[in-house]
Design a binder for this molecule. Sequence first.
Ligand code: PEP
Ligand code: MG
Length: 588
Amino acid sequence: MTFSVHGLAVSRGIAIGRAVLVASSRIDVVHYFIDASKVREEITRVRVSRDAVMEEITRLQHDLPKDAPHEIAALLDVQLMLLQDEQLISGVKHWIAGRHYNAEWALTTQYDTIARQFDEMEDEYLRERKADLAQVVERILRHMKGVASPVQAAVRAGSSRKQSQDLLLDDTMDVPLVLVAHDISPADMLQFKRSLFAGFATDVGGKTSHTAIVARSMDIPAVVGARSASQLIKQDDWVIIDGDAGVLIVDPSPIILAEYGFKQRQGELERERLNRLKHTLAVTLDGQPIELLANIEMPDDTLGAVKVGAVGVGLFRSEFLFMGRSGKLPDENEQYLAYRKAVEGMQGLPVTIRTVDIGSDKPLDKLAGKAQDRHLNPALGLRAIRWCLADPPMFLTQLRAILRAAAHGHVNLLVPMLAHGSEIRQTLALIGQARAQLDKKGLAYGPVRLGAMIEIPAAALSVNLFLRYFDFLSIGTNDLIQYTLAIDRADELVAHLYDPCHPAVLRLIADTIAECQRQGKAVSVCGEMAGDVSMTRLLLGLGLRSFSMHPSQILAVKQQVLRSDTGKLALWAAEVLASEDPAALLQA
Ligand code: PEP
Ligand code: MG
């Protein structure tokens, strides 16, 4: 029966496909597609770990003291029985051989499938066996952790989209797949970036949560904050993801399918039309050149940036190199090679590398994230530059890598989350120290322009201080809105209050741009606002001439730029700024 689930529209377009559910596990589980040639190897990995756990439990049973309570022996019996359960074994094989899931993903998916059956059982005793199943599955996962999969490295190294497509179109089904999960960590999103899911839906998250940002960067339809979607949707259900309206339609009737199929084709036509603007210069009607830059997460993303005609990278979120590695950070050489690859990928155009912004909803990995969660309020805690200044050797490693990459092209170094003069001075001192270390080692490095992000209201209110030390500023509207309005950007429950048009937010943005203009310093916006076409005219009117966004948004923003007259927009923007309800004027 058809039903719909409502959430937040975070990435435009329509996706129609069968649901792939990503089970949530208490253990940090990686999700990726394996190569067809590795199926046997992956099944063996699960079998070896399952056998080891069975041995462990048998040993426990054997060593059980004579006077141990009867319940313990019974529990171990049940666990042994579950480990040999045909449904568990054949299910795991099915996900690996049929869908090419990696072993951990297959195991947690099958766990989820059986757990749902347990939930539906009348018998209370049987229902409670779900907890035993969870325990044995966790035991297997723990055993597998540390037994590194050889294919994971291959996936990480970036199998091509074509290859991933081949993996998805397996022999059992050749229809598009849509991903449904309670939550997807930014690190997992990166893994999925190399596969070909047609769309995403998650129970939690806000419009500028990092999962939503990565979905947008992949330019595929996504809905977040859909509350109980992952409970209501079953593995293999047909799902329409309407990324424009923020709705999921499950098990659609043929009429609904036809209607959305039509909408999907309209969207494709619109994209084709925009593609024609690729080589057109971004100049307004009154002759103002506008800089349209790309936001990237990985060096390979430069390919997409160049393809749509980005004139540089305005934000390389370097933290994505650090995430999902079980806390093992990339060393100087690995980072240097990654930054250099991005610099070379941009073929002489500038690349702005932001120093690592770990913390809040971007944990190093799931377990580290849990440790961070123990702090009362991670968004206000040891995040970004605060984390870096708390660990100078780690920060110096990154700074040296960036400075070395600057020997290969035009690099800007951008620092996130600064608020205090003392933080600015410490950061600059460390940059000086990194240069001195490179001199001592005799390693080549290049000049960098230094920039600061304006994403804390305190920073926006002390732009003068920042301009004394930095060559340019970049306004991070995602966090600036979060911190100005005290709204957690990742919390779907308060998403309706996350308002880019709040007069206070607009005032901070406008004043930052105006002061930079007055002092002749470069300023850009690199938050999601820069890629939102409904904001382009207002930002132009406020004097902004540099926008950084996902490559997938550049052509649509360029279309707005080509239709704009900044002289007229400046007058209108002043009215919007003075208004009690800017959003209403914007819509009008
Ligand atoms: C921002 O806060 O606007 C920004 C660009 O940084 P991030 O989204 O990575 O926090
Ligand atoms: Mg930010």
